[in-house]
Design a protein around this ligand. Structure first.
Ligand SMILES: Cc1ncc(COP(=O)(O)O)c(C=O)c1O
Length: 462
């Protein structure tokens, strides 16, 4: 390879206007790139020879332009270490980017796991092993359902750990639960019943596909699946459920409601979309098996790596009834051809080597300790719902007040970010239920006890 602009480390597009001469044009293009921030301070510029070759200029021309800009203060020239960008003369370094807005000191909002537990070493080992074994064709376009290695590994894992009978041919790997939901809604093209309360973002995802969202009430036995098939829910083509740990109330779907969901799907040709987002994390008793095991031909099961490994991977998987495999795979192909392959191969390796199970066991213990501390610091004075599983709990607030918005504001003033129940309701104006959804996974180890104490004080009005 020759010594070029590209292999010198940086790649930059320069618009040369040579009407006023080549040297002046180059100087102007470099000044503009530095002023606009496209060339950041400390960036090493290519050698005069490399840039001259790249731009088809004489080397002397480039050297003269570098000298001129060094004299003006835009560049630094150091013997032995080449020419680097100094910055815009007169503009103090560090004043260009806006100062980051300070975040809250403590954050007990739900949604993210403790991302500091991401198993970096195990992931790197898995990637290295997977790539050493991967055929060259892995780097090419692939099956819209995802890599066979991952679908086979998932089939084994899901059967064993989640009670999900899965044929690898019926699995479609996708980019997060959010994409699974979007693809399924896009294929169904009909009204979809969604739990009320539930995640507002997911309702938006469904509406974005053109489907209508119907409110499926939730009570102390979980989603009222016995209401499916009649009344305002009569038209529903599908029902989205979080049976293992309802989001956000934390209820486990009652066995009678599980049966009602399956009976509705069978009698109405309906589809249950099972969101098993945190099914791996159950603390006080045996994990609740997935609903899919009761009726694999009527349930689209969706699992995700967002809680077990980290949301950044954007890796999730659907186990589909046979009739949906082809249409969903087709929709996936039209959306993004298929999910990125290297991560799929790494996850397959992580699962088959059982490093995935070991990681989940370690995390389960970690979150259980977090959950126990939550109970210790708040459980005596406040009701905590949904604490048998997952990474969040619901603290219902008394009807006589103070309202969740008041508490959230009071906490924010003290540097504690909290999340309320109301935005999860389909019709948030409803006066009845108010509460706090406390996510206990994400705060740093050192900050967590202090965050809980601040929450306890805020709830007491102190
Ligand atoms: C209810 C629920 N379902 C699913 C997910 C996972 O979504 P994704 O896989 O798109 O990150 C989350 C993540 O917070 C969630 O809260």
């Amino acid at each position: 390879m020759t010594d070029s602009w590209a292999n010198s480390g940086v790649d930059l597009h320069l618009d040369l206007d040579t009407a006023g001469g080549r040297r002046a044009g180059l100087e102007q293009a470099l000044r503009e790139a530095i002023r606009s921030g496209r060339l950041a301070p400390d960036t090493r510029l290519p050698s005069t020879r490399a840039l001259a070759t790249e731009l088809n200029l004489a080397r002397n021309t480039v050297a003269a332009a570098y000298e001129q800009l060094t004299a003006e203060g835009y560049l630094h020239a150091r013997t032995g270490s080449g020419t680097t960008v100094a910055g815009v003369p007169g503009r103090r370094a560090g004043t260009t980017p806006p100062a980051p807005v300070p975040g809250p000191r403590f954050d007990l909002r739900p949604g993210s796991p403790d991302v500091s537990t991401f198993p970096v070493d195990a992931w790197v080992r898995a990637t290295r092993r997977a790539l050493a074994r991967a055929p060259v064709s892995s780097y090419d376009y692939g099956d819209p359902r995802g890599r066979t290695e991952l679908r086979t590994a998932l089939a084994g894992y899901l059967g064993r750990a989640r009670g999900v009978p899965a044929d690898p041919a019926h699995i479609v790997v996708c980019s997060g639960y959010v994409q699974a939901l979007s693809l399924l809604a896009g294929v169904l093209q009909g009204p979809i019943a969604m739990e009320d309360p539930g995640l507002a973002f997911h309702r938006d995802v469904v509406r974005h596909t053109g489907c209508e969202v119907l409110a499926l009430p939730v009570d102390e036995q979980g989603a009222c699946t016995d209401q499916l098939g009649g009344g305002p829910l009569a038209q529903a083509r599908a029902a989205v459920l979080t049976p293992a740990h309802q989001y956000p109330t934390g209820v486990t779907l009652h066995p009678a409601r599980r049966r009602a969901a399956v009976a509705w799907a069978r009698s109405h040709r309906g589809l249950v979309i099972e969101d098993d987002y945190d099914g791996e994390f159950r603390y006080d008793r045996q994990p609740v098996g997935a609903l899919q095991g009761m009726a694999p031909e009527h349930v689209a099961y969706v699992g995700t790596a967002a809680k077990t490994l980290g949301p950044a991977l954007r890796l999730a998987w659907m186990v589909l009834p046979e009739r949906l495999v082809e249409p969903v795979a087709h929709a996936k192909r039209l959306t993004d051809l298929h999910t990125e392959t290297i991560g799929q191969l790494s996850l397959a390796e992580l699962i088959t080597s059982h490093a995935y199970d070991r990681h989940i066991r370690a995390c389960r213990l970690h979150y259980r300790r977090r959950r126990d501390l939550l109970i210790e610091r708040l459980g005596r004075r406040h009701q905590l719902h949904g604490i048998a599983a997952g990474m969040h709990a619901l603290i219902p607030l008394p009807a006589e007040g103070p309202d969740e918005d008041v508490i959230i504001e009071r906490a924010a003033a003290r540097g504690l970010a909290l999340s309320g129940l109301r935005p999860h309701l389909h019709t948030p104006g409803r006066a009845t239920a108010t509460g706090l959804i406390v996510g206990y996974a994400a705060p740093g180890q050192a900050a967590y006890p202090a965050a809980l104490d601040l929450l306890a004080r805020t709830l007491r009005g102190r």
